[in-house]
Design a protein around this ligand. Structure first.
Ligand code: NAI
Length: 468
């Protein structure tokens, strides 16, 4: 007799959410966690600590640069970095405790240690003291997430050459921060240290920032970041980092062709060139778990792996490496195990960059629509024409809505602007229901709100925006 209906390996947003949903559906559930705290990368060294630092550093920036124009006169703010790090830690602790509470509330057993799949129905757990035990279960869900992608020839020491983990815990503001990779981590953590006083240079392999996001949005966002003081070296790569001296010497080369290489100096180098699925301790080979060409666990499209009754979700399988994607997959697989029709709509997964302004993206980009040969109409509305943004003097950015030329169905929504990450969700609901731009345009929006720009962009699809 199996002790559990379900054992979930990993307690990141994918794993713990899956465990809770399964418990709600009447299953006897255990989670296996190798770290001393629950919550995985997101809660401990990812989404949550970075948002705490983004918020705190934004307040620092505002106090120094925006208060005076509103007539709020304060002394020039000074930075107490240990206190800011403490603020971050309190946020982490609060959320980690929250997960612990939820697991207990749902009567989910927590088994601390690294989980290894021995095959159908068997998980071996090795605890920190080296002891192992085998847990028997009807079903296994692997939710082990991802790890930092290493760059060839560059050794991350988490002090001077850091990944996102080290960049969240620097003990002083670097004079010069060189970021490798103009993706989400590079721009978010680059923003934190820029606001706190670092000179930030971003070296990006491609000739654009934020690959995968709408091109026009990325271009405008780059301009805004440059206005904030970011320097970009697009179409370049880092060949090596010499850490023998007191300053790092970073050899930057053109990504293609044989243009001139250049050596840049930096106090800290942040490697932010992506993440890779984390399968290290899983024993996937012995268990017979098939991986794809990028090291992700292969599934049948409904989370089932090549081993019977073993499922996988989140960063360790195909799809965007996003906490909310993992959460939705966790819910879906729990429902499938309970005999329900668990499902994730991959066409409507928002992507948000939590900088100032924020960037939020949903559905297809213009580039994707063009490539698919889909005829579409564009409605755009700038925050410079939005009343609320004007009075707050926070007018950077715009809303862009892409709608099917024939049916008017909304196919993509892309926003740069403050609170874009909150505003995107009305578009998500609309798209979940297969709504049209006209549906959105005829939905009453409170005045004065920034969300009115979303409504105006929807009206602009039919060339009838009022305030433009
Ligand atoms: P990313 O995939 O977003 O960006 C990596 C960037 O590095 C790309 O622009 C890529 O072209 C560039 N790159 C790759 N190799 C390079 C090289 N040798 N030299 C120069 N540039 C190079 O990866 P990132 O930012 O590390 O984030 C990892 C994952 O975490 C992503 O899947 C991301 O979506 C997720 N994440 C999400 C956040 C959010 O939703 N707000 C926040 C932070 C991370």
């Amino acid at each position: 007799m199996a002790s559990y209906d379900l054992v979930v390996i990993g307690t990141g947003p994918g794993g713990y959410v899956c465990a809770i949903r399964a418990a709600q559906l009447g299953m006897k559930v255990a989670v296996v966690e190798k770290n001393p705290t629950f919550g995985g990368t997101c809660l401990n060294v990812g989404c949550m600590p970075s948002k705490a630092l983004l918020y705190a550093s934004e307040m620092f920036e505002e106090a120094g640069h925006s208060f005076a124009k509103m007539g709020v006169v304060v002394n020039a703010p000074s930075l107490d970095l240990p206190a800011m790090m403490n603020f971050k830690q309190q946020g982490i602790d609060g959320n980690v405790k929250g997960v612990e509470f939820l697991l207990k509330k749902n009567k989910i057993d927590a088994i601390m240690g690294a989980g290894r799949v021995l095959g159908t129905g068997k998980v071996e757990v090795k605890s920190a003291d080296g002891k192992t035990r085998v847990v028997e279960t009807k079903n296994i869900v692997i939710a082990t997430g991802s790890a930092v992608a290493q760059l060839k020839g560059i050794t991350i020491d988490e002090k001077r050459i850091v990944s996102s983990t080290g960049a969240l815990a620097l003990d002083k503001v670097p004079g010069k921060l060189l970021v490798i990779g103009a993706g989400v981590i590079g721009l978010e953590l680059g923003s934190v240290w820029k606001r706190l006083g670092a000179e930030v240079t971003v070296v990006e392999y491609l000739d654009r920032i934020l690959p995968g996001m709408d091109g026009e949005v990325a271009k405008q966002f780059q301009r805004i970041l440059e206005k904030q003081g970011f320097k970009f070296r697009l179409g370049n790569k880092v060949a090596s980092v010499d850490s023998s001296g007191p300053t790092l010497k970073v050899l930057v080369e053109p990504a293609k062709g044989d243009g001139k290489a250049e050596t840049l100096e930096a106090d800290v180098v942040l490697v932010a060139t992506g993440r890779v699925p984390y399968t290290a301790e899983l024993g996937f080979k012995e268990a017979g778990l098939a991986l794809d060409e990028r090291g992700r666990i292969k599934t049948d499209g409904h989370f089932a792996t090549s081993v019977k009754n073993v499922y996988a979700i989140g960063d360790v399988i195909v799809g965007p490496m996003l906490a909310h994607k993992a959460e939705d997959e966790g819910v879906a697989v729990a429902e499938i195990l309970a005999g329900q029709a668990g499902h994730v709509n991959y066409g409507v997964i928002p992507g948000v960059v939590y900088t100032t302004p924020e960037v939020a993206s949903l559905g297809q980009t213009e580039e994707e629509l063009k490539e698919a040969g889909t005829a579409y109409n564009v409605g755009k509305f700038p925050f410079t024409a939005n009343g609320r943004s004007k009075v707050n003097q926070t007018t950077d950015g715009f809303v862009k809505i892409l709608a099917d030329a024939k049916t008017d169905r909304v196919l993509g929504v892309h926003i740069i602007g403050r609170e874009a990450g909150e505003m995107i969700h009305e578009a998500a609901v609309l798209m979940e229901f297969g709504g049209s731009a006209e549906d959105l345009a005829r939905t009453c929006h409170a005045h004065p709100t920034r969300s009115e720009a979303v409504k105006e962009a929807a009206m602009a699809v039919a060339k009838r925006a009022i305030h433009m």
